[in-house]
Design a protein around this ligand. Sequence first.
Ligand SMILES: *Cc1c(COP(=O)(O)O)cnc(C)c1O
Length: 394
Amino acid sequence: MGKKYLMESYTRFDVNFEKGIGTKLYDIEGKEYLDFVAGVAVNCLGHCHPAIVKALDEQSKKLIHVSNLYWTPTQTELAKKLIQYSDHDTVFFCNSGTEANETAIKMARKYGKLTGDAEKYEIITMENSFHGRTLGSLSITGQTKYQKDFMPLMGGVSSVRFNDIDDLQKKISEKTCAVIIEPIQGEGGIIKADETFLVEANKLCKEYNALLIFDEVQCGIGRSGDLFAYQSFGVVPDIVCLAKGLGGGFPIGAVLANEKASIFKPGDHGCTFGGNPLGCAVSLAVFKELIENGVLEGVKEKEQLFKAEIEKLMLQYNFIKKIDGKGLMLGIHLEVEAKKIVGKAFEKGLLIIGAGKNIVRIVPPLNITTDEIKKGLEILQEIFKEVKSELELA
Ligand SMILES: *Cc1c(COP(=O)(O)O)cnc(C)c1O
């Protein structure tokens, strides 16, 4: 494997994947895995979906890249789709989640400059949040474990307890230019925001003339059961950051803004590869499958199936505390280490991941079948049974 050549920035599983079809992955020895990770909420249509393959094939024969100094019909069409389905007015395209958040940070800073005094540059983030690895996004990430070796970070950031409106009320001020929230926290442990928290946070942002930014990099694009996660909570933020599922596996990110937040002028920001024809063509294919071909429609039903089955397991295994999350972004909160469950699942050919220390995260392709869900849950049940007997022996 690549150990000799690659930087050690990841802890990787001992497997080499060669191909994938739908919810299944195959390693170089031909062993099959059921994929409940989907590239961490990226492959929303599973692996090598024919619509994605076709879009790549057709677009790659026409035009792969031109500079953003020029227009392309593909980029315009995708922007139009995003605006049509959202409550926003303009789009900026980039390649990744962290880039989307960097963009939002710059928009917020400029908004503060234009509408407030020189001190209106503070960004409020949530404890336990995750917004990416580049220095700006890392600075607004509410988890010191990702930050400690890279100090000093960008200044002007303060954090409040997630879902604690009193804490936000205490810390927000005229100096605040933006508040950033993941409507469903991902890396921090699959924790849903309370609807009332988001509603009140929105009010406070209006009161203090701060932008409300939703980082929907993980929970957007159908993951929550609605196309945009904010639609699941009934709060429309000023800015929405997207990436992961947007290209169904092809790297593309986007930032949506309402009129108030559409602040950039020529020269303010840029991204060489952002919105290139290939990425936009794939993303258009993803939208078509999600919306016109009914994939999105099935997500809430699949959520119910997962939740009902896991709630049954909770009755049998008292180390399962609760199931949180929404749509097909679910977290099983446990009293045992997630690592243990994830490792056992891997051995049995089921891919799942942790989120935080004690949470098993389930983010499968959105077009996963009912049979595949049941198969994965059977494997999980076997594992819980093993863990129970191990705990009894200990
Ligand atoms: C994954 C993730 C990011 C970072 O995205 P990258 O594409 O890895 O830069 C940012 N925010 C959230 C909520 C994420 O889940």
